[in-house]
Ligand binder design. Structure first.
Ligand code: GAR
Length: 188
């Protein structure tokens, strides 16, 4: 039976695009909707060519029962956070146990938590002097970046790397592995 996913994204949407590009075309997976809290988010333009329904939500709606109602009606097999900035409401976590996953641009538990998003993460990694960084795909629970880890992959940081080159290396891992991991979860 066809599996259904919903993607939540706040920013440029490169991961959302890769996921849709690789999975939506298959007869086995349907991307029901891309939802963003940011009306200006680049993700809307990026996914337009694929014809996936998009929705912008404000904080009031997000925190209301209506949002839970909306997601429950869509009845997704998986809710995918692809660069989504808002904390997931407790009610959503409770109603979709082990059905919400997030990608984080570091090797959690390092450099996670509130405010750890995008370049902030890579800046912290650079300042740490760590030899490796990477990606973490994990289930979402009530605490930022603390749910059970599903997958990690790492990449070497060279002395010459800066925040921008670290970000590029991590993004390459995200684009390669995020769609693959989603597909594996859905096929299980
Ligand atoms: C990705 O690097 C993702 O790991 C990160 O936001 C970026 C979104 O990029 N998520 C977090 O930092 C979550 N704490 P995209 O909009 O191009 O997909």
């Amino acid at each position: 039976m066809q599996k259904k996913i919903v993607i939540l994204a706040s920013g440029g949407g490169s991961n959302a695009e890769k996921i849709i590009d690789r999975l939506h075309s298959s007869s086995e997976i349907d991307v029901l909707s891309v939802i963003s809290n940011n009306r200006q988010a680049g993700v809307f333009d990026r996914v337009k060519p694929y014809g996936v329904p998009c929705l912008w939500i404000d904080k009031k709606f997000y925190q209301s029962d209506q949002f839970l109602f909306l997601i429950s009606n869509l009845n997704p097999d998986l809710i995918v956070l692809a660069g989504f900035l808002w904390k997931i409401p407790k009610a959503l976590v409770q109603n979709f146990p082990q059905k919400i996953i997030n990608i984080h641009p570091s090797l959690l538990p390092k450099y996670g938590g509130k405010g750890m998003y995008g370049a902030n993460v890579h800046q912290a990694v650079k300042e740490s002097g760590d030899d490796f960084t990477g990606i973490t795909i994990h289930y979402v629970n009530e605490f930022y970046d603390q749910g059970a880890i599903i997958f990690q992959n790492q990449v070497k940081i060279n002395a010459t790397d800066n925040v921008s080159t670290i970000a590029q290396k991590v993004q390459q891992l995200e684009h390669k592995y995020f769609p693959e991991v989603i597909e594996k979860i859905l096929k299980n």
